[in-house]
Structures are given as C-alpha cells and as structure tokens.
Design a protein around this ligand. Structure first.
Ligand code: ATP
Length: 261
C-alpha cells in the first residue's frame, strides 16, 4: 500500500528529523505511531500524504513514487487525494466552510462524487453532528471541531487514513466509536497517538519512534506496551520516585496504561 525507502528529511532551518527511515504498510493494516512530543509523527504523516517531501529516499504509494512532479499531474493527484486522507492534529487547519454541512460535503464535491449529500447524512449521523449541520465550524467546541474534521475525512472513504492524534479532544464514547469504526473497516490506517489505551485497542502493529524519528520498535502493540525500557527510552513512560516509611523506590509509569513494574 505505502512504503518508505531510506527517507531523510531536513527542515529549512537545518534540523535533521529522519535519517534512513524505511518501513512499509500493507493494505488493511492498522498501524499506530507512538513517540514523544517532537519526535516527528506529524511530519511523517505529512510526508506520507505528499504535503511535504523528503531530501533523500522515497515514498512509494501503490508502486508509484510520491513526489512533487507526480502530484502536479492532475490524474495522479486526483486519484491519490481520493484514496489517501490526512486528519490534521489541529482540526482548525481543515475547517474553512461557512457551515458544517458544506464542510463535510466539500471533499466529495471537489472530487466530483455524485453522492456528496448522502455521505454528509451518513457521517454526520454516525458522529451525531446532525444538530450542528447549519452551524459555522469556527463556532464549535474543540471536540465538535475534531468530530467535523473526522466526518470530512471519513466522508471521502479513502483507502488509506492518516490520523494525527484523532482522539485528542474526543469524549470517551466518541473515541470508542472511532476505534470500532476503524477496526470494522477494511481501510488501511496509520494513526499517531499519545493515548496508549487507544493504541492498545486499535493497532495490531506499532512503530515506536525515538527522539529523531528513528524506529525503536516495529511489532505488535501489546509487546511495545509491556516493554518498560522501550517506553522509557521513547519518553512514553517516566520514573516516579516514592518514599514509604523512610524507604525510597522508583518505578516506571505511563498515565493511561499499566506497565509492569
Ligand atoms: N516548519 C518547521 N520548521 C522547523 N522545524 C519544525 C517545523 N515543524 C516542525 N518542526 C520540528 O520537527 C520536529 C517534529 O515535529 P512533529 O510535529 O512532527 O512532532 P510530533 O511527533 O508530531 O510531536 P507532538 O507529539 O508534540 O505532536 C519537532 O522538533 C518540531 O519542532
């Protein structure tokens, strides 16, 4: 489905993020990206979405290299944009239409899909956005905006969903709905999250990134979440010091997942 080969990425200010990063994701896989703040999860998702491009190495999508010239070809860009969708970490970045209804319909209409209205009804209904359909997206709460952004993406029904912290502002019921929806679908999903419980429920595979975006672990989510040293190395767990009856001890902690001590 999508492959990275020896990717190297440098920001315009000279900061090196990825160096020789390689992995591939097969059709239908649900992959969780775990890593501390600033390790490169959002940047990686933007590289996979063809919004930014690497200095060296390549991103290959369904056998075709994803690069600037190819995305300037109308047919390729149209095919790629209809089959790959990115949910931005900050939903405001995606919302610019006057109403929620138009916002959700925008993508399907841009792609010339004939059933845009049906898609709006389906995904607004699923995310319980019906009462908000005639409201302006900018007037919504943080969680409501995130739901609208999700509805926009899901309405495109892409083959590959790139989700950047999709549950950050969602209430537990909606986050649970999202996990179930993704698990029930045959879409390929690459999701970044700090939410280790969600990672455990959603992913069969996870990539744990180190400080400079290097892969520290690529394997089953359950293994990663039980690997205390790995979690500490990736800054996903930290050591708490405790003092009881004059005896001090410390142990590793995550905040939403019980790591073995
Ligand atoms: N436009 C930019 N120019 C230079 N450096 C940048 C730019 N955007 C991001 N960075 C840097 O790239 C690194 C990776 O950022 P990124 O947003 O991908 O991290 P992240 O893993 O998604 O973090 P978080 O968990 O905090 O969302 C950070 O050190 C960040 O400061």
């Amino acid at each position: 489905m999508i492959e990275l080969h020896h990717l190297g990425f440098i920001w315009p200010d000279g900061a090196v993020l990825f160096d020789d990063l390689s992995f591939s994701v097969s059709a239908g896989e649900k992959v969780v990206l775990l890593g501390a703040n600033g390790c490169g999860k959002s940047t990686l998702l933007q590289l996979l979405d063809g919004l930014i491009f690497a200095e060296c190495g390549s991103v290959v999508w369904q056998g075709e290299e994803l690069n600037r010239p190819r995305l300037q070809q109308r047919d390729f860009a149209r095919r790629f944009r209809s089959q790959v969708g990115l949910l931005f970490q900050h939903p405001e970045a995606m919302l610019f239409n006057p109403t929620v209804r138009e916002e959700i319909a925008y993508g399907p209409r841009q792609l010339g899909l004939p059933d845009a209205d049906m898609r709006v009804a389906r995904w607004a209904g699923a995310l319980r956005l019906d009462p908000l359909l005639d409201k302006a997206p900018f007037s919504l709460s943080g969680g409501e905006k995130q739901k609208v952004a999700l509805a926009c993406l899901l309405a495109l029904e892409p083959q590959l969903l790139l989700l950047d912290e999709p549950a950050a502002s969602l209430d537990p019921a909606t986050a649970g709905w999202l996990v179930d929806t993704l698990l029930d679908s045959n879409q390929t999903v690459i999701v970044s999250t700090h939410n280790l419980s969600m990672a455990a429920e959603l992913g069969s595979r996870c990539l744990v990134l180190g400080e400079r975006g290097e892969i520290l672990f690529d394997g089953p989510v359950g293994h990663a979440l039980r690997a205390t040293e790995l979690l500490e190395k990736a800054n996903l767990a930290h050591r708490h010091k405790h003092r009881h009856d004059g005896v001090e001890h410390d142990h590793a902690h995550t905040h939403d997942w019980d790591t073995p001590e």
